[in-house]
Design a protein around this ligand. Structure first.
Ligand code: ACO
Length: 403
């Protein structure tokens, strides 16, 4: 049934590459990864430098426009983003349609998809100004929508944005302030949040980014494309891994139980994976994991959490895996999600919000990749081929004559 010769004749070349392990789907100037060396660059700048010296909005500018902003560009960008932080008041009612116990990611997929109904004046993808406004709107409104999803989930009133605060401080306030009490954002925690956003901002052609590009290649509006990306990110092998990693650390519970857990992971019949470990591209330590580990220590120290049992389980688990031949041979190292859950939990987020925070941060990466694709004069609709392995041609049999 599989006629490679015919496929080859039709196309001049035919590759079968499930999971795209060795096929580039596009050209891009945004993010560079060297998986063997553990290098991650945004527009040429090392992630370590951006996380240490920059802030998230500057990173957004860099990813989207290609250069770090000058002071006046930065001022203008901040103005554009803060202008859009509020959401249409009718969107608040949209939330009421969900069950309180709905997973916040389900709410995010729906509400971000619905933005095209609320902001249809920025859905014309052929108009550069509308594309830019849609992009600003998403970078600005995702924190508001994510915070609303959280507040709705826990039954508290929504908190409106406060534009005098930084992007991350404003987000923490929208999540944790309550109307009856004063809330002062802790700058060290806001900085940690900002760093988590920087580390998650882009990661070239991962599953969700490829989903955004594929959706966008048909000419779908940007809000619909980002909603598709959020849906893809939700999976436990991708963005859902930080939630799964923390659940795993809780399940292990005690550093003494690490060897038993590692043995279970190595037993293939268990189908258990060490969550927060391994990466399709990094076959060396994920550079983001190192920054995340350092940030975890800073946050726990600031909050006065000494001897966090989960951090101890994570530390022992990492050491055990890094010296175990199973993980060494397969080049499995901690990824960005191994330590992020510990920080997010310490900041006060429930595990169900972890992937939402990832989606918030990745929105700028998705929208930058979408923009790059739309502006490419050679852009084509994405249309993978397949190897057909089903039945050969056969004739229809009426139902009365079957069986
Ligand atoms: N725990 C145990 N074994 C693993 C793990 C893991 N976390 N990851 C891979 N392996 C093993 C596989 O069982 C396989 O072993 P085999 O050769 O004996 O069959 C081998 O390593 C190769 O695994 P693949 O699944 O082929 O590797 P792939 O590159 O396709 O997978 C992935 C990458 C999905 C990230 C995988 O490592 C994984 O499932 N990790 C856990 C989930 C996770 O942390 N995801 C977050 C990724 S980062 C992000 O999205 C931000």
């Amino acid at each position: 049934v599989v006629d490679i010769t015919k496929l080859y004749a039709q196309t001049g070349a035919f590759t079968f590459d499930p999971g795209f392990t060795s096929t580039a789907s596009c050209e891009s100037k945004i993010t560079y990864i060297d998986g063997d060396e553990g290098v991650l660059l945004y527009r040429g700048y090392p992630i370590e430098q951006l996380a240490e010296h920059g802030d998230f909005l500057e990173t957004c500018y860099l990813l989207y426009y290609g250069e770090l902003p000058t002071p006046s560009q930065r001022k203008e960008f901040d103005k554009n983003i803060t202008y859009h932080t509020m959401v249409h008041e009718q969107m608040t009612r949209f939330f009421q349609g969900f069950r309180r116990d709905a997973h916040p990611m389900a709410v995010m997929v729906a509400v971000v998809g619905a933005m095209s109904a609320f902001y249809h004046d920025s859905t014309d993808i052929n108009d550069a100004r509308q594309r830019e406004i849609a992009s600003h709107r998403m970078i600005a409104k995702l924190p508001t929508i994510a915070a609303m999803a959280y507040k709705y989930h826990i039954g508290q009133p929504f908190v409106y944005p406060q534009n005098s605060l930084s992007y991350s401080a404003n987000f923490l306030r929208m999540c944790f302030a309550v109307p009856c009490e004063e809330y002062v954002v802790n700058p060290i925690l806001a900085r940690a949040m900002d760093r988590i956003f920087i580390l998650h901002a882009d990661h070239e052609q991962n599953a969700s980014t490829s989903t955004v590009r594929l959706a966008g290649s048909s000419g779908a509006n940007p809000f619909a494309c980002i909603a598709a990306g959020i849906a893809c990110l939700w999976g436990p092998a991708h963005g859902g891994a930080n939630e799964a990693a923390l659940e795993m650390l809780k399940e292990i519970g005690d550093p003494a139980k690490v060897p038993e857990f590692i043995a279970k992971v190595k037993d293939k019949t268990s189908h258990i994976r060490l969550m927060g470990f391994g990466h399709r591209v990094y076959k060396n330590y994920d550079p983001r994991a190192k920054i995340m580990q350092k940030t975890a220590h800073e946050v726990l120290t600031e909050l006065g959490i000494k001897d966090d049992p989960l951090l101890e389980v994570a530390r022992v688990l990492e050491q055990a895996a890094l010296s175990d031949p199973y993980f060494i041979e397969r080049k499995l190292y901690p990824n960005v999600d191994f330590y992020s859950g510990i920080i997010l939990r310490a900041l006060g987020f429930p595990t169900s919000m972890f992937t939402v925070l990832f989606a918030l941060a990745r929105t700028v990466g998705w929208i930058s990749q979408w923009k790059e694709m739309i502006e490419d004069p050679n852009q084509k609709i994405g249309r993978p081929r397949q190897l057909y392995t089903g039945a050969p041609r056969r004739d229809y049999v009426p139902v009365t004559q079957r069986g």
